[in-house]
Design a protein around this ligand. Structure first.
Ligand code: MOS
Length: 722
C-alpha cells in the first residue's frame, strides 16, 4: 500500500489548483447570471457598470465575446455563453464583467440592469410527465427502449399478469447538485505560442480541444493545465462557462484573465444530476425466480435536452436474470440548469428504485432479500449472450452477511431503548469500462523514471497509481518513478470519468514500459555499446547479459544518453466481443430511527466489492467510502429544490444539505480481489462509481426493516416517518 504521492502538497496547501495561478497584468472576470427561468433578454443597461472603477469590459449577448459551439465526441454540442438572448433557466450566464480586481468586477456586475420578456417556466418533473419525450436520437447516454420476451409471451404486461407474485411501485429521486470544494474556474493566458488555461477538469485533452474549437484557435496552440482538481465526479467533464469566457476575454483584452464561479453560482451555472421518476413492476414465482421485470423511467432535463439520467440503463444491461424484461426512458424538458454526469450516472438513482423494489418483492415472498438476489444472479447481462468476464457477487454477499451479522436480522427489526433498529442490503453494480489512453514512459540517466499522461487526478489517487503501475512495469521501486498528469501537453490520457482511469492509463503504461525496455535493450546491444552483440535481458531495473549487469541509468550514461522515452497506447478492443464487464458489490446498512422524534441515523455501513485487482488499497478504499457517503447523502440529505419560478431554493451549502462527520458512521470497505485480466492486462475494473450504487436503497430497506414504513423517494426526511 502506498500513500498518495501528492498528499504532502495537498495537506500543506502547496498544491496549486487552477485559480491559484497568478500572472503579471492579470485581471478578473465575474459572471452575471439570469434572474428569470424562461424568456428573452430585452435589454441590458451596462452604462453604470462600464464606468465603474477598474472595469475593462462588460460582455453581454448585445456585445458578446466571440465564441463558437464546440462539438465534443463525449458531450456533443457544448453550449457557450452570451451567443443569444434566450434564457432557458434561472442562473444562466448572461454577462461577463472584467475589471482590475475581483471586487471591482463583482461590484460592477451588480450595477447591470437587465430587462426581460418573461415567459412561463416549467420546472416540475412530476407535472411534466404527461408531456414526456423520447430522448434525442443517437443520444449516447440514453438506453433505447428494450423489450425481451420469452418465446410465446406477447407482452411484458402478459408476463406480469401470469406471475404468481407481483410488486409494482413508483419511486422518485431528487435532483442533486455538483457542489465541489473547488468551484468551476479558470485562468487564461495568451502569449505568442497560443492559449494556456489553468482549470480543474477531468481530462485536459478534451477541454483543450473544446476551447480550441470555441475560440477558433489551432488545437496545437491550446494547452490546458490541471495538476490538481478539487472535486469533479462528472461535474468537471464539460468545459465550464468561466473557462470559455476567460479564454475569449483574455484574447480580446490581451491580459491574463481569472474567473471563478461563486459558491451560489455553482448551483446553476454548471450542471446537476436530474431528478427522476421510476416505475417498477416485478413478477416472480413463489420461490423467488423472477419472471418479468418492467422499469419505466422519466428524468428532468434542461431545454437543450443535452443530458439523460439513464436510470433504466443498469436494469437493461447489468442486473438480474429474467426471461421477460422491458425498459423505457423518457425525458421531460424543463426550465432548469443543464444535467450532466454525476457519480454513477443512471445506476445511482436507478439502483434506488430497482433495489428497493427487489426488497419489496422479498417482503411479499417472505424471503430473505439476499437469497432472492442470489436466486436471480445473472451470468450475463439480461438479453445478451456475452457472459460476465468475472463475477463474484455471491461471495460479496456471503462475506458481507458474515461481517455484518446479517444472520441476526429479524424481518421486523429490533429495538434498542428508544431506537428502532433495522438492517438493509442492496446490490451494487457498475460497468467496467475503458477509454483509449496514451502514456509516455521515460528512463533517465539518474536511474529514475517518468510516467506521463494528460489525464486528471480529481482526488482519486490516479497520480499515485501511475507511479505504482510504472514501477511494477519497469521492475523498480515506486520512489524512483515520477508520475506526471494534468497537462494537455502530455501524451493524451483518457478521461477521469466512468471509473475508467486506472484501467485505461494502467494498460497504456504496461505497453509503454515494455516498449521503452525493448528500446533500452536495443541500445545496450548496439555496436559500440557495453553489451554489443550480446543477448541481453532486463530485470530489476538492470540490463543483464553473461553474468554482467548495469542499471538502466549506468547504461544510458555509458552510451551518452540523458534519457529514452517510449509512448504506449491502449484502447478497448476485441475483448468487448467476448465478454461483458462489470464491477459488483454488496451494500449493507444498519439504521436507527428514534421512536418518538423519528430522527434517522445510519449507524453502520459495509460495502463488499468485486472490482478486479486493487492497485492501491488505501485510495481505493477511500474512493468507495466516498461513494458510500454520497449514497447516505442522496438517501437522507441532498436535494436541489426549484421554486415554481425556477429559482433554486437552496443554492448554497447552508441549505443544500450534505452529511457532516457526525452523520457518517464507521464504514467498513472490503474487497474480494479477483484480477480481471479478460478485461485488461492490468486486471483492474474500476472503483470510482460503484461505491454509491445501492446505498440509498440499502438505507430505505433498513428503514423499512426498522419501522415497517416503505419510503419510495429520496431524500428520506424525518417527517416521512411521522
Ligand atoms: Mo464520473 S460521473 O465522471 O464520476
Amino acid at each position: 500500500m502506498a500513500s498518495r504521492v501528492d498528499a504532502p502538497l495537498k495537506v500543506t496547501g502547496r498544491a496549486k489548483y487552477g485559480v491559484d495561478n497568478n500572472f503579471p497584468g492579470m485581471v478578473y472576470g465575474y459572471l452575471v447570471l439570469s434572474t428569470i427561468a424562461h424568456g428573452e433578454i430585452a435589454a441590458m443597461d451596462v452604462t453604470a457598470a462600464r464606468s465603474a472603477p477598474g472595469v475593462l469590459a462588460v460582455y453581454t449577448p448585445f456585445d458578446p465575446l466571440e465564441l463558437r459551439t464546440p462539438n465534443s465526441p463525449l458531450f456533443g454540442d457544448t453550449w457557450v455563453p452570451l451567443q443569444d438572448r434566450e434564457v432557458a433557466y434561472y442562473g444562466q450566464p448572461i454577462g461577463f464583467v472584467v475589471a482590475e480586481t475581483f471586487e471591482q468586477a463583482r461590484d460592477a456586475a451588480a450595477l447591470i440592469e437587465v430587462s426581460y420578456h418573461q415567459r412561463p417556466a416549467r420546472t416540475s418533473l412530476l407535472d411534466g410527465l404527461d408531456s414526456a419525450e423520447d430522448p434525442p436520437p443517437g443520444h449516447d447516454g440514453a438506453p433505447p427502449s428494450l423489450e425481451v420476451l420469452a418465446p410465446g409471451v406477447e407482452s411484458i404486461e402478459d408476463a406480469l399478469a401470469a406471475s404468481p407474485v407481483v410488486v409494482s411501485a413508483t419511486y422518485t429521486t431528487a435532483a442533486q447538485n455538483h457542489a465541489p470544494m473547488e468551484p468551476h474556474s479558470a485562468v487564461a493566458v495568451w502569449d505568442a505560442d497560443g492559449l494556456t488555461v489553468y482549470s480543474g477538469n477531468q481530462g485536459s485533452h478534451m477541454v483543450a480541444a473544446e476551447l480550441a474549437s470555441a475560440v477558433a484557435a489551432d488545437p496545437a496552440s491550446v494547452r490546458v493545465v490541471n495538476p490538481f482538481v478539487g472535486g469533479a465526479f462528472g461535474g468537471k467533464g464539460r468545459t465550464s462557462a468561466p473557462a470559455f469566457l476567460a479564454a475569449a476575454a483574455a484574447r480580446a483584452l490581451n491580459r491574463p484573465v481569472k474567473a471563478a464561479l461563486t459558491r451560489e453560482q455553482v448551483f446553476t451555472a454548471t450542471a446537476n444530476r436530474p431528478a427522476t421518476v421510476q416505475r417498477l413492476s416485478l413478477g416472480a414465482d413463489a420461490d423467488g425466480t423472477l419472471i418479468a421485470l418492467r422499469h419505466d423511467s422519466w428524468c428532468g432535463t434542461a431545454m437543450d435536452r443535452s443530458f439523460v439520467e439513464p436510470t433504466s440503463h443498469g436494469t437493461s444491461r447489468e442486473w438480474y436474470t429474467t426471461q421477460n424484461l422491458a425498459i423505457s426512458q423518457k425525458i421531460v424538458p424543463l426550465h432548469i440548469p443543464p444535467g450532466t454526469f454525476m457519480r454513477a450516472p443512471g445506476e445511482a438513482p436507478g439502483s434506488f428504485a430497482l433495489e428497493s423494489a427487489i426488497d419489496e418483492l422479498a417482503v411479499a415472498l417472505r424471503m430473505d432479500p439476499i437469497e432472492l438476489r442470489l436466486r436471480n444472479n445473472s451470468v450475463a447481462p439480461p438479453g445478451k449472450d456475452l457472459q460476465w468476464s468475472s463475477k463474484h457477487l455471491d461471495e460479496c454477499f456471503r462475506i458481507g452477511a458474515a461481517r455484518f451479522g446479517w444472520a441476526n436480522r429479524s424481518p421486523n427489526g429490533h429495538t434498542d431503548g428508544d431506537w428502532l433498529v433495522g438492517l438493509g442490503t442492496a446490490t451494487a453494480m457498475f460497468p467496467a469500462l475503458r477509454f483509449p489512453a496514451t502514456v509516455g514512459v521515460t528512463l533517465r540517466a539518474d536511474d529514475t523514471a517518468l510516467v506521463a499522461t494528460s489525464g486528471a487526478d480529481p482526488g482519486t489517487g490516479l497520480l499515485t497509481v501511475l507511479s505504482l503501475v510504472g514501477a511494477e512495469s519497469l521492475d523498480i521501486s515506486p520512489d524512483r518513478v515520477t508520475p506526471q498528469l494534468g497537462d494537455s501537453a502530455l501524451p493524451p490520457g483518457g478521461m477521469s470519468g466512468g471509473s475508467t482511469a486506472t484501467a485505461s492509463a494502467g494498460t497504456a503504461i504496461m505497453v509503454a514500459a515494455a516498449k521503452v525496455i525493448d528500446d533500452l535493450l536495443a541500445l545496450a546491444a548496439a555496436p559500440g555499446a557495453p553489451f554489443a552483440g550480446t543477448e541481453v535481458s532486463y530485470a530489476d531495473g538492470r540490463v543483464l547479459a553473461d553474468g554482467r549487469s548495469m542499471t538502466f541509468g549506468e547504461l544510458l550514461r555509458a552510451v551518452g544518453r540523458e534519457s529514452i522515452t517510449a509512448t504506449g497506447s491502449s484502447a478497448p478492443g476485441e475483448e468487448l466481443t467476448k465478454h461483458s464487464f462489470s464491477s459488483f458489490g454488496a451494500q449493507f446498512c444498519e439504521v436507527r430511527v428514534h421512536r418518538w422524534t423519528r430522527e434517522i441515523r445510519v449507524s453502520r455501513l459495509l460495502g463488499v466489492f468485486d472490482a478486479g485487482r486493487i492497485i492501491n488499497p488505501q485510495p481505493a478504499r477511500s474512493q468507495l467510502m466516498g461513494g458510500m457517503i454520497w449514497g447516505v447523502s442522496a438517501a437522507l440529505h441532498e436535494g436541489l429544490d426549484f421554486e415554481a419560478n425556477g429559482r433554486p431554493a437552496n443554492a448554497d451549502l447552508a441549505s443544500y444539505l450534505v452529511p457532516v462527520n457526525a452523520d457518517i458512521p464507521e464504514i467498513d470497505v472490503h474487497f474480494v480481489e479477483y484480477p480481471d485480466t479478460l478485461h485488461n492486462d492490468l486486471g483492474a475494473k474500476g472503483v470510482g462509481e460503484i461505491g454509491v450504487v445501492g446505498v440509498a436503497a440499502a438505507i430505505a430497506n433498513a428503514i423499512y426493516n426498522a419501522t415497517g414504513t416503505r419510503i419510495r423517494h429520496i431524500p428520506i426526511l424525518l417527517e416521512d416517518l411521522l
